[in-house]
Design a protein around this ligand. Sequence first.
Ligand code: ITT
Ligand code: NA
Length: 183
Amino acid sequence: MAIRFVTGNDGKVREARDYLEGIESVEQLAYDYTEVQSDSLAEIATRGAREAFEHLGSDEPVLVDDAGLFVDALGGFPGPYSSYVEDTVGVERLWRLAADEENRRAQFRTVLAYADESGTETFEGSVAGTLVAPRGEGGFGYDPIFEYNGQTMAEMSTEEKNAISHRGRALAAFAEWYAGRDD
Ligand code: ITT
Ligand code: NA
């Protein structure tokens, strides 16, 4: 049964399709679930997946992904507000904020929430890296300023990014659970 990935972000869908190829097909669905005000990616993703599943009807499961960039020297900012900050401040100016700091460590985190008629499950992934001046044409969002092992995520192929990224790790946990569930 196809999984409906509820997101407006094509990059997330490309990564999920690449990872889940041969396991399950992924359809992108634009439904604007309520993004609750919360510091917790898990809470945002869980409530979003539940709401989307109930609202959309049919028995096809849904997947929601709530992600953020957490900059150590900025107290974890922009974190759960990463989407808003990308749209307002932008990636380049966030880099300039971090460039003033000695400590340029940051983490990407994501929570995938899967909802079907039997409930909701969450899968988390994170990756630690270093913020750098923008490089690379691939990926999306903050990828050009996030360096891992000498490469920015925008310099990686989808497959390379999935092998080390927050989303790749969450997709790995999801795929393992999905293969073993009984229905
Ligand atoms: P949906 O909510 O519709 O899924 P979104 O892009 O708003 O799409 P998020 O709220 O989860 O998704 O994303 C938070 C921000 O973090 C947003 O600016 C993304 O571009 C960025 N982001 C998420 N995952 C990323 C990744 O793997 N690499 C770079 N930036 C990422
Ligand atoms: Na969002």
